[in-house]
Design a protein. Structure first.
Length: 181
């Protein structure tokens, strides 16, 4: 089964961490690293933007999201066909690209999302890659970034990357918002 309901994905992540057949069972990060490898394998072809377009991601995105103090996320290429109540390591809803000075695009990260329409904000957060997804009340969704293609000094699951750049004409300042519960 490639696409799992959110609750089954969380259960699978929990069980993966409990496996005793893994040589690295004593290392809690080994299960997460194996899952990150699944995401890397599934998205490797998308280093070529045309491959991502062929898979249903848009070719162009107008806004490059930045945070004034924490860096940028980049251009969010959303595959609308994947936006639903499920989380699938092999089908991230969003690919995060950075446009380089020569006009080419570099794939830096992926983002998994579940809109509040499918899982309300007052529900238990979904869990993927050993992480609870975060609430984003501006956009009405749960989300998790994974910087799998560019090392992020703030961590693989950080929201922003301090070294990602956005062209001035495309910069859109974004301040994540989570209302108190």
């Amino acid at each position: 089964m490639r696409r799992l309901p959110v609750c089954f994905a969380a259960l699978a992540a929990l069980l993966a961490g409990c496996s005793s057949t893994d040589d690295n069972a004593d290392d809690p990060g080994s299960a997460v690293e194996a899952q990150l490898d699944v995401v890397r394998s599934a998205t490797h072809a998308f280093h070529n933007l045309e491959a991502a377009v062929a898979a249903g991601y848009p070719r162009s995105v107008e806004q490059c999201l930045v945070h004034e103090q924490h860096g940028a996320m980049g251009y969010h290429h959303v595959n609308a066909a994947y936006v639903d109540e499920t989380l699938d390591l092999e089908r991230p809803e969003i690919l995060l690209y950075e446009r380089l000075s020569d006009g080419s695009y570099r794939l830096n990260a992926v983002e998994f999302i579940v809109p509040y329409a499918f899982l309300p904000r007052d529900a238990e957060p979904p869990v993927l890659l050993g992480q609870r997804l975060r609430r984003e009340d501006n956009l009405q969704l749960w989300y998790l970034h994974a910087w799998i293609w560019r090392d992020n000094p703030d961590g693989v699951f950080a929201d922003f990357h301090p070294d990602v750049q956005c062209p001035p004409e495309d910069r859109q300042v974004f301040m994540p918002r989570t209302d108190p519960t």
